[in-house]
Design a protein around this ligand. Structure first.
Ligand SMILES: C[S@@+](CC[C@H](N)C(=O)[O-])C[C@H]1O[C@@H](n2cnc3c(N)ncnc32)[C@H](O)[C@@H]1O
Length: 264
C-alpha cells in the first residue's frame, strides 16, 4: 500500500470528525470578528514600510508583514513588491489580485498605486470597520473590496470567479497564520481546495501560500517532483511551510492533487 492509500483508508473516520471541529471553530471566528474581537494577526501590510526594508525582528502587535513570511521563497535580496511587480510587469495597470483569508486592505495598499486594476480580500467577515473608520473609503479609491465567504467552499470560489467578470487572477496570496489551525487537517480535502483556487490563477500568475500542517511534511518531495517532471508547466519554490508558485502554462493539471503531493 503506498502512502496515498494509507492516508485515504486511515483518515476516512477522521475526515468527518475534523470537518465538524473545523465548522464549530469557524463559527466562533465569525462570531468573534462580527463583535470586533481582535483574534491574533490581522490585516497585515506587505512590507515593513516603517523600516523601509525587511527586518526579521520587526514585531507589530496585531500584524506581521507578508515579506517576513515569504522572503525565503523570493530571489535573495528582492522584496515582495518589487518581485511581484517585476513578474507581473506585462499586466501593469490591468492586474487582478486577491488575498484568501484576510481583508487585504493593508496588503494591497503597499503596491505601487495603479499597478492593480482591482483587488479583493476574501475573508469570513468584512471586519474593516473595526480597523479604522476611513479604511473602506481608502479601499474604494484603490478599487479594493472585501468578499465575505469561506474559502473552503465552491460557493465562495464562484463568487470570486464572477467578481472580475470571468477574468483570471494574477496574484493569489494566502497567509492564515493561526487560522490554519481551524482548517480540516485532511490532505485530500486540502489539496482539492488548493487546486480549486489554482485553477483561477492566470497564466504567468503568482500564488504565495502558507501550507496547513497536514501537507507540510510532503512539500519538499512534491517540489522535487514538479521540478523534475513538470518544470515547463509550473515553477515552484518551497521553504518549510511556505510556497511560491508561478503558473507557466494554464493547462488542466492534477499537480496539486493529494495523489501527487503525497508521493512516495
Ligand atoms: C490570523 S488572521 C490572518 C489575516 C491576514 N491573512 C494577515 O496575515 O494579516 C486569519 C484570518 O483568516 C480568516 N479565515 C479563517 N478561516 C477562514 C475560512 N475558512 N475562509 C475565509 N477566511 C478564513 C479569518 O477571518 C481571519 O481574518
Amino acid at each position: 500500500m503506498n502512502r496515498t492509500e494509507i492516508y485515504s483508508r486511515s483518515n476516512k473516520g477522521m475526515r468527518e470528525k475534523s470537518f465538524s471541529i473545523s465548522e464549530r471553530a469557524t463559527e466562533d471566528v465569525i462570531t468573534g470578528e462580527r463583535s470586533g474581537r481582535r483574534m491574533g494577526i490581522k490585516n497585515s501590510p506587505l512590507l515593513n514600510l516603517e523600516a523601509g526594508e525587511w527586518n526579521p525582528r520587526y514585531i507589530q502587535a496585531d500584524a506581521i508583514p507578508f515579506q517576513d513570511s515569504f522572503y525565503r521563497v523570493l530571489p535573495e535580496g528582492e522584496n515582495m513588491r518589487d518581485y511581484i511587480e517585476r513578474m507581473l510587469a506585462h499586466k501593469e495597470g490591468r492586474a487582478i489580485g486577491i488575498e484568501l483569508a484576510g481583508v487585504g486592505s493593508r496588503l494591497f495598499s503597499d503596491f505601487t498605486p495603479g499597478f492593480f486594476r482591482k483587488t479583493a480580500g476574501i475573508n469570513l467577515t468584512d471586519s474593516r470597520d473595526f480597523d479604522s473608520p476611513s479604511i473602506k473609503g481608502d479601499d474604494a479609491k484603490r478599487n479594493h473590496t472585501v468578499i465575505e465567504g469561506n474559502i473552503l467552499t465552491p460557493e465562495t470560489r464562484d463568487d470570486v470567479k464572477q467578481w472580475p467578470h470571468g477574468e483570471k487572477i494574477d496574484l493569489i496570496m494566502e497567509r492564515m497564520y493561526g487560522g490554519l489551525l481551524i482548517l480540516p487537517q485532511e490532505p485530500f480535502f486540502l489539496s482539492d481546495r488548493a487546486r480549486m483556487w489554482y485553477e483561477l490563477l492566470a497564466e504567468g500568475g503568482l500564488l504565495f501560500a502558507e501550507s496547513p500542517q497536514a501537507l507540510r511534511p510532503h512539500l519538499s518531495q512534491w517540489e522535487t517532483y514538479i521540478k523534475e517532471e513538470h518544470a515547463d508547466k509550473m515553477e515552484v519554490s518551497v521553504s518549510r511551510n511556505i510556497i511560491r508558485i508561478r503558473k507557466l502554462q494554464d493547462v488542466p493539471l492534477e499537480l496539486l492533487s493529494a495523489r501527487n503531493i503525497l508521493r512516495r
